[in-house]
Write a protein that binds this ligand. Structure first.
Ligand code: SAM
Length: 280
């Protein structure tokens, strides 16, 4: 492992601070600083940006982001045991790292960030998916972030970049591709993590589009797509029965056959359906 900074290797950091991984917090750590620097590079040019990192743990990715030149990194970490290790990193990079202790689902980080802002995280997948959906569905666009560089289980990453007609196409693909360019930029085997998870992982990079690909209200689109894919084997006229009493008329208005199944319907048609529903 080559030195990217003057701090101790992560294995030593973990031993010194007693950071045994906790399953309840989804802790699978990245200890190879070459790998974390590589992930940080996928986030783009960080030198003029603030970076929001969720779930830094012992700080492997944090060190990657800082060594790759991030102007400022704001970390939110739920596990208080990690704070001493993160404070050591803050000392090694004076004025460039701020650490907040708490649940990223509860904390609003915006008061601590100056645009342009990029987001990077290796999070437990359930927290990652919940945050991704929130970051993609604010009422107004563009969002506070320029890009998101996020680690997911490989299967979740595939759902984010999926095309219509594929088995993995669904709510995540539509919400992500509606307002961002999304691609898988790195695949990681379980052995890249300590302890190794059961499944492979992948890093997804999403860049915010200046405006959504097609007009639609975020809340309506979200609701329609959730209902449509909740019963993905059903015809849309049945799957969307609860969304509006005259759903067949709206489907026709959007150019969608009511007998179609959600996984065949492209993003543009879902946006047209959301626009039609907005008029009721
Ligand atoms: N980023 C580190 C790395 O790559 O080695 C740690 C990754 S580990 C998969 C996930 C981290 O997210 C853990 O440090 C865990 O404590 C933290 N975490 C889990 N849930 C969180 C939440 N709701 N808010 C903030 N941090 C959370």
């Amino acid at each position: 492992m080559s030195a990217i900074d003057t701090l101790p290797p992560l294995r030593d950091v973990i031993a010194t601070h007693g950071l045994s991984a906790r399953k309840s917090l989804g802790q699978n750590f990245l200890l190879d600083l070459n790998l974390t620097a590589k992930i940080a590079r996928q986030a783009g040019d960080l030198t003029q940006c603030d970076v929001l990192e969720i779930g830094p743990g012992p700080g492997g990715l944090t060190r990657g982001l800082l060594s790759e030149g991030a102007r400022h990194v704001l970390c939110i970490e739920k596990d208080s045991r990690c704070l001493p290790a993160l404070h050591e990193i803050a000392q090694a990079y004076p004025g460039r790292l701020t650490v907040l202790e708490g649940d990223a689902l509860e904390i609003d980080p915006l008061a601590h960030l100056t645009p342009p802002i990029r987001v990077a995280a290796n999070l437990p997948y359930n927290v990652g998916t919940e945050l991704l959906v929130r970051w993609l569905t604010p009422p107004a666009w563009p969002p506070f972030w320029q890009s998101l560089t996020l680690m997911f289980q490989r299967e979740v990453a595939e759902r984010i970049v999926a095309a219509p007609g594929s088995k993995t196409y669904g709510r995540l693909a539509i919400l992500a591709q509606w307002r961002a360019d999304a691609q898988i930029v790195l695949n990681l085997p379980p052995g890249a993590f300590t302890p190794p998870p059961k499944v492979s992982s992948a890093v997804v990079h999403l860049s915010a589009l200046p405006e959504p690909r097609f007009p639609a209200d975020a809340a309506i689109l979200s609701r329609v797509v959730a209902a449509a894919f909740n019963q993905r084997r059903k015809m849309l006229r049945a799957a969307l029965k609860g969304v509006a009493p005259d759903i067949e008329d709206h489907l026709h208005a959007a150019g969608i056959a009511p007998t179609e199944r959600a996984e065949q319907v492209p993003l543009e048609a879902f946006c047209a359906l959301a626009r039609s529903l907005a008029t009721t």
